[in-house]
Design a protein around this ligand. Structure first.
Ligand code: URA
Length: 436
C-alpha cells in the first residue's frame, strides 16, 4: 500500500517519484486523507530537492485532473491565453486582450482577483461602473464568438488542488519553488482550454523570481510543459524591479490602460503590451513574423482599433462604456496628495521597490490582505518619476489617491520605496528575453 510517509522520505533522499505516486499524493490531499502537516513536509522537501521534468509534468497533470477543464471548442478561431506571473501595476491584459482580439484572435479569458501586493484583472475591470465579471458560460461563448473577447471570473471548479496547495504553500514558506510555481500556473492554463499560451514571467524585487537565471529556468520549465501537453507556449521574461507603468490601484490602472490603447501610455508599459501582443499574433499565425506583428499592433494602438474593442467588451459585460472617454465617471478618491522630492540638489532615481509600492497601495485599500476583504477601486498611487529620471528639488515624485485609510503609513512606504543617486542610472529594459 502506498503511504505518504514513504513519499516524503523519497523526496527527502532526492529520489524521483513515479506518476502513480504523484497522482496518489494530489488525489488524497484533495480528498483530505493526507493531512496538511504531511503535505507541508513534502512541499518543503520539493523546495530543497526539486523535481525532474517528468515529475513536474506528472504533478501538473495530477493537478489539472483534480477538477473541471474548460471546453472552448464551441468558440471558432484560434484561442490564445496570456498570463502574467504577477506584479505591481500590471494591467497588461486590459490592453493586450483588446489589441489581439482586434485582429481576430479569440481571447476567452478567465482571470483572478488580486491577493497581497499584486492586483487582479477582475478587480481592475470592476472599477468600471456596472462591469460584470460573472456571466453564464453560454453568454461567455457567445460574446467571444461575436466580438472576440471576454474577461470573466472562474465559474467552474478549475484545479481545486492548486487552491488547496497554494494556500498551504503560502503559510509554509514554499511558494518560491520552481517546480511548484510551474505546475501551479500550467495546470490552470492547460485547464483553461486555449490553443496557445503566452506567459509574462516577471523578474525582480517585485516578483517571485528575483533574478534572471531563476526566471529563465521557470520559463523554460513552463514552455516545456506546454509543449509536452501539445499547447505551444512562449514565455517572455520582463523586468519587475520597479512597478510597471506609473499607475498602481484599480481605477488608476484602468485609466492608464485606456491611455495606452490611445497610444499615450507610459514607455515601459507600452513596450511590454506591444511585445506581448506581437507574440500572440505570431503564435496565432495572424502575423508572419515579429516585424509584421509589431507594425500591426502599433497601428491598432494609433487608429483606435484596440480601444474600440475594449469599449465593445465593456458594453457587452454591462459596463458604462462612456467611462472610457470620460474618466470622471470612474471612481475617484476624496483626497489627492502630491509627494515632493525634498532634496536640495538635483538627483536621479536609482531604484523603486515594487513590493513596497504594492504594499502601500494595499494599505490604502487598493488590494486585499485576505480573500474576504473588500477593495476600494478609487485609491492608489501614481508614480510621476521612475528609474533613470532626473529630479529637481520640489519635483512631484508620486501622487497618493486616498479615502483616508492608513494614508500616513502608505505615504511613508512610498517615500521609502524610492532610492536616489547623484549619478544617472540606466532604466532597465522592460523586455529581458523570450523563450520559445
Ligand atoms: N502564480 C500562480 O498561479 N501560482 C504560483 O505558484 C505562483 C504564481
Amino acid at each position: 500500500m502506498m503511504r505518504m510517509i514513504d513519499l516524503i522520505e523519497k523526496k527527502k533522499k532526492r529520489e524521483n517519484l513515479t506518476k502513480e505516486e504523484i497522482d496518489f499524493l494530489v488525489h488524497n490531499y484533495v480528498n483530505k486523507t493526507i493531512p496538511d502537516y504531511q503535505m507541508s513536509a513534502f512541499l518543503m522537501a520539493v523546495y530543497f530537492n526539486g523535481m525532474n521534468h517528468d515529475e513536474i509534468f506528472d504533478l501538473t497533470n495530477a493537478m489539472l485532473n483534480s477538477g473541471e477543464t474548460i471546453d472552448l471548442s464551441s468558440i471558432e478561431g484560434v484561442k490564445v491565453d496570456k498570463h502574467s506571473t504577477g506584479g505591481v501595476g500590471d494591467k497588461t491584459s486590459l490592453v493586450v486582450g483588446p489589441l489581439a482580439a482586434s485582429f481576430g484572435v479569440k481571447i476567452a479569458k478567465m482571470s483572478g482577483r488580486g491577493l497581497g501586493h499584486t492586483g487582479g484583472t477582475l478587480d481592475k475591470l470592476e472599477s468600471i461602473p456596472g462591469f460584470q465579471i460573472e456571466i453564464s458560460t453560454e453568454d461567455f461563448f457567445k460574446q467571444v464568438n461575436e466580438i472576440g473577447i471576454a474577461i470573466i471570473g472562474q465559474s467552474k471548479e478549475v484545479v481545486p488542488a492548486d487552491k488547496l496547495l497554494y494556500a498551504l504553500r503560502d503559510v509554509t514558506g514554499t511558494v518560491d519553488s520552481i517546480p511548484l510555481i510551474a505546475s501551479s500556473i500550467m495546470s490552470k492554463k492547460l485547464a483553461s482550454g486555449t490553443d496557445y499560451i503566452v506567459l509574462d514571467v516577471k523578474v525582480g524585487s517585485g516578483a517571485f523570481m528575483k533574478n534572471v537565471d531563476e526566471a529563465t529556468i521557470l520559463a523554460k520549465t513552463m514552455v516545456e510543459l506546454g509543449k509536452k501537453a501539445n499547447r505551444p507556449t512562449i514565455a517572455t521574461l520582463t523586468n519587475m524591479e520597479q512597478p510597471l507603468g506609473c499607475a498602481v490601484g484599480n481605477a488608476l490602472e484602468v485609466i492608464e490602460a485606456i491611455d495606452t490603447l490611445k497610444g499615450k501610455g507610459p514607455k515601459d508599459f507600452t513596450e511590454l503590451c506591444i511585445d506581448l501582443t506581437t507574440e500572440i499574433l505570431v503564435i496565432a499565425g495572424v502575423a508572419q513574423n515579429e516585424e509584421e506583428g509589431k507594425e500591426m499592433v502599433v497601428s491598432a494602438m494609433h487608429d483606435g482599433r484596440g480601444l474600440n474593442k475594449l469599449k465593445e467588451m465593456v458594453k457587452w459585460q454591462h459596463g458604462d462604456e462612456s467611462a472610457i472617454d470620460d474618466y470622471s465617471l470612474l471612481p475617484t478618491a476624496q483626497e489627492v496628495i502630491d509627494l515632493v522630492f525634498e532634496g536640495n540638489e538635483t538627483a536621479f532615481i536609482s531604484h523603486i521597490d515594487a513590493l513596497q509600492i504594492g504594499e502601500a497601495a494595499m494599505l490604502l485599500g487598493a488590494g486585499r490582505a485576505t480573500k474576504e476583504e473588500k477593495i476600494d477601486p478609487a485609491v492608489g498611487i501614481y508614480l510621476h518619476k521612475k528609474v533613470g529620471d532626473m529630479l529637481h528639488p520640489q519635483d512631484v515624485l508620486a501622487t497618493i489617491y486616498t479615502n483616508g485609510q492608513k494614508t500616513e503609513e502608505a505615504i511613508q512606504m512610498v517615500l521609502d520605496a524610492y532610492e536616489m543617486s547623484s549619478e544617472k542610472e540606466d532604466c532597465p529594459n522592460i523586455i529581458i528575453q523570450t523563450i520559445k
